[in-house]
Design a protein around this ligand. Structure first.
Ligand SMILES: [Zn+2]
Length: 251
């Protein structure tokens, strides 16, 4: 039950704490329900990794305000549940938008889905069907998306490294960053799906590439302290789980 002795202002703060969850120094999860965004502290504000849907934009703007001005948006991939809010967020804050090269081009054309195959599970098949039906392949074009490639450092945060994670989307990227207090964070977008345990993403544009990417992620995760997925909880004990799934794919 609600504690009626808590002043209203505190309730507002408590609600905000549920949305913007500190993970390490300069790193927050922005909880958007079924999908995540993450905030990274910069010298002059913050960068947001993914944006949720366009309906999440007011929610994000309200909740990230205490973290500082939004300077940059990095999109893990072009799907509408990760990139849908980018246009409005960028328009209302002036933030620059970045994405993996193949998906950057697509976003500038207003496309968010290429040809795809469902992942090899009934759940994946159902989600793929619903996703393609509900969202379709188009959304409003982003005027300018700066391309990023595997091996790049983020130009505005050179300590954050870009890794290519093709498969779920051809231009999907992840990030590797050691936070100022020493947490080795690994952002994986939708390279793996998360339903209790890590497994296949809900769909693949290129399944062979996606499975090779899962092997790569297993190796990165072995050297990380926390895995930050596009959906579901950030996980400090993910390495073993991902390695087990990756081994099953090769067996
Ligand atoms: Zn996706």
């Amino acid at each position: 039950m609600f504690d009626t002795t808590v002043p209203l202002a505190d309730l507002g703060q408590r609600a905000r704490d549920l949305v913007v969850q500190p993970l390490a120094e300069g790193l927050w999860r922005v909880h958007l329900g079924f999908v995540n965004a993450y905030a990274i502290a910069l010298e002059d504000g913050i960068a947001l990794v993914d944006t949720g849907l366009v309906i999440h934009v007011p929610w994000i703007l309200h909740n990230i305000r205490p973290l500082g001005p939004l300077r940059h948006i990095v999109l893990s991939h072009a799907h509408v549940d990760h990139a849908g809010g980018a246009r409005q967020l960028s328009q209302s804050t002036g933030a620059e938008v970045w994405a993996g090269r193949a998906d950057a081009a697509m976003l500038e054309q207003g496309r968010c889905l290429r040809g795809h195959e469902p992942s090899p599970s009934v759940k994946g098949y159902a989600f793929t069907y619903a996703f393609a039906r509900v969202h379709g392949p188009r959304m409003r074009a982003l005027p300018r998306v700066h391309p990023l490639d595997h091996g790049d450092a983020l130009p505005f945060a050179p300590q954050v490294k870009v890794i290519g994670l093709p498969g779920h989307c051809l231009g999907q990227i992840g990030l590797r960053w050691t936070t100022p207090d020493g947490l080795r964070a690994l952002f994986i977008g939708d390279a793996l799906g998360r339903f209790l345990e890590f497994g296949h993403p809900i769909l693949y544009e290129d399944r062979a590439a996606g499975i090779e990417t899962i092997r790569q992620v297993a190796a990165y995760a072995a050297e990380a302290d926390m895995v930050l997925p596009g959906h579901g909880r950030p996980d400090q004990n993910a390495a073993e789980n991902i390695a087990r799934f990756s081994d099953r794919l090769t067996a």
